[in-house]
Design a protein. Structure first.
Ligand SMILES: [Fe+2]
Ligand SMILES: [Fe+2]
Length: 251
């Protein structure tokens, strides 16, 4: 489905019309995600149980702030006011539906939400808008470390049955909202436009499934299951059949 023939756009001035509009929508989505994530990690310094965890939280908060700033700069180059955009974002806690005072919530967030963002950024790294694609290389390097820690947290929590049960119930809430916030609708004209213009290289359906399959590879050995399908329906998350299949493979 990918289109490698779409022309590369080298500068902000060359991004025009519908292409610019879609670019702004995608970048705003990422700006929302990066700034909300910076705030979550920043707040989590206070609730992390050990100094090692507090230090990591501070490091991640700084990196997410750097990612946010890159997006601010890119949006400014396109003539937008990033402060104005950020002011319209729901508060971080409700945006990701995470309890910022609960360490288990933060751990589930780190495993779930942060990785969904990375899967999107993998698309942007290959984007036809070169100024953006170039910046995403460093971002993804940081994100690898974040996910490693998320997976480590899952392993640690899953060794205690009671903690795993709590992890599972938070995950059941957080995964559906993550799909909605991080990826958007799995089909429709926007998707086709992104593929045609090279703003993305894979369909949203493919990106979601890639994410789910990666998650499953860490969930399965830890004993974590996908949330029941009703949880996705309750959040009005549109699911393609292929995604449903992955979800039902580990219930
Ligand atoms: Fe980030
Ligand atoms: Fe991250």
């Amino acid at each position: 489905m990918s289109n490698t023939n779409a022309p590369t756009v080298y500068t902000a001035a060359d991004a025009t019309g519908e292409y610019r509009d879609m670019l702004l929508r995608l970048m705003t989505r990422q700006l929302y995600a990066e700034t909300a994530t910076a705030e979550v990690f920043g707040r989590s310094i206070g609730v992390a149980p050990t100094w090692r965890e507090k230090h990591l939280a501070a490091e991640f908060a700084f990196e997410e702030a750097q990612h946010s700033q890159m997006l601010c700069n890119l949006l400014t180059d396109l003539g937008e006011d990033p402060e104005n955009l950020i002011a319209n974002r729901p508060p971080a806690a409700s945006f990701w539906r995470v309890d910022l005072d609960n360490w288990l919530h933060i751990a589930v967030f780190n495993f779930t939400v942060d990785r969904a963002g990375s899967q999107q950024i993998m698309e942007y790294r290959e984007s036809s808008y070169l100024p953006w694609a170039e910046k995403m290389v460093v971002v993804l390097e940081d994100e690898e470390e974040h996910y490693k820690n998320g997976v480590e947290n899952l392993r640690e929590f899953s060794s205690v049955p009671e903690k795993l049960r709590t992890f599972q119930s938070i995950y059941n809430d957080m995964l559906p909202i993550t799909l909605k916030r991080a990826f958007g609708r799995p089909d429709g004209p926007d998707n086709e436009f992104c593929l045609r213009t090279g703003l993305k290289r894979h369909s949203t359906e493919d990106v979601i499934n890639r994410y789910m399959i990666e998650m499953r590879s860490y969930m399965d050995p830890a004993g974590l299951k996908f949330p029941p399908l009703e949880r996705f329906a309750a959040e009005n998350v549109e699911l393609q059949d292929s995604t449903r299949e992955i979800l039902t493979s580990l219930q």
